[in-house]
Design a protein around this ligand. Structure first.
Ligand SMILES: Cc1cc2nc3c(=O)[nH]c(=O)nc-3n(C[C@H](O)[C@H](O)[C@H](O)COP(=O)(O)OP(=O)(O)OC[C@H]3O[C@@H](n4cnc5c(N)ncnc54)[C@H](O)[C@@H]3O)c2cc1C
Ligand code: FES
Length: 285
């Protein structure tokens, strides 16, 4: 399905811990959004030199509203683009392209699932949880961050009636440590068959390893830096093993951002492994 480009109007903004929650009226996008899709926003205004769009996971959508359907995103400030975005006020216009990317795959059977979010990476997991619960799946959350302020979504998880385990690296909330410290025991205790994850690359790799060790499937939403967001520029490629066992440099914007954990060659992300289809004879960094 091709994405839509709309002049979105900011409807509401609010601070959530270390993040900013933006609601943007973007008619045409909500009704086609599935959990795991993302949007690419133009930043900096009409005179800007920031030509590249910035990608954001879709946190929630609403198909109705006084200003048309809305898309909600959760933004952490990294640099100039996100700084501009969080400075937007209700009524400001932001150019939005979406929905983009391949969504999370849902299981055919009502199985037990663990949803693992790192920082703002939890954002796309709540729409996913709704979809899983509607299929009769059991859903547990594990939400982690460096500090309590960088956690996102623990209240959402509780409101949905799902058990949630929180971890922080400094111990300011929940269990001190990383999400993967609590994951193996939780997967075993809940007989979980699928792990869904979104967050930093190191966390995704670790979640994928836990899933493999516990005999579970994993679906990981990666966050490779992107430029076009629509499959043209090859900025967002990472080495992915196909069903035929052959590694290809896959575009995370259109072939992902969600990949099966076992498909991604995590230790070689950022490189072109020598055995990649079409790679030069020697691996390139
Ligand atoms: C599919 C996808 C979903 C995303 N979802 C969200 C989201 O829900 N909320 C959110 O806040 N951010 C999200 N990001 C990251 C977001 O796109 C970057 O934070 C943003 O592009 C940074 O723009 P900037 O102009 O502020 O910073 P830049 O000046 O472009 O970069 C500043 C710093 O941010 C780092 N950075 C740039 N791109 C990324 C990235 N993709 N991931 C992590 N760090 C990056 C750079 O390495 C640099 O250190 C997502 C990225 C992708 C690809
Ligand atoms: S960002 Fe251009 S191909 Fe993915």
């Amino acid at each position: 399905m091709s994405p839509t480009q709309v002049r979105g109007k900011v409807v509401a903004t609010r601070r959530v811990g270390a993040y900013h929650h933006l609601t943007i009226a973007a008619p045409g996008i909500p009704e086609r959004t599935r959990p795991g899709n993302f949007v690419a926003l133009a930043v900096g205004g009409p005179q800007t030199s920031m030509l590249l769009r910035r990608a954001f996971s879709i946190y929630r959508v609403s198909e109705q509203g006084p200003t048309g359907g809305t898309v909600e995103i959760v933004v952490g400030v990294h640099g100039k683009g996100t700084e501009w975005l969080v400075g937007c006020r209700p009524g400001d216009v932001v150019d939005v392209v979406g929905p983009l990317g391949k969504p999370f795959a849902l299981p055919q059977e009502p199985v037990s699932c663990v949803l693992v979010g790192g920082g703002y990476g939890s954002a796309p997991l709540f729409m996913l949880a709704e979809g899983l619960l509607a299929r009769g799946c059991r859903v547990q959350f594990v939400l982690g961050a460096a500090t309590e302020a960088r956690l996102f979504g623990a209240l959402d998880a509780k409101r949905m009636g799902c058990p949630v385990t929180v971890t922080t690296e400094d111990g300011s909330a929940g269990v001190r440590g990383r999400v993967t410290d609590v994951l193996p025991e939780l997967v075993r205790r809940t007989s979980s068959e699928v792990l869904y994850a979104c967050g930093p690359m190191g966390m995704l790799r670790a979640v994928s390893d836990v899933a493999t060790a516990e005999g579970a499937h994993s679906q990981c939403a990666v966050e490779e830096a992107m430029a076009c967001g629509i499959g043209v520029c090859m900025t967002c490629v990472l080495p992915v093993i196909g069903a035929d066992g052959v590694t290809r440099m896959s575009r995370s914007c259109v072939d992902g951002p969600v990949f099966r954990g076992t498909q991604v060659r995590w230790s070689e992300v950022g490189t072109v492994p020598a055995d990649t289809l079409g790679a030069p004879k020697v691996g390139v960094r």
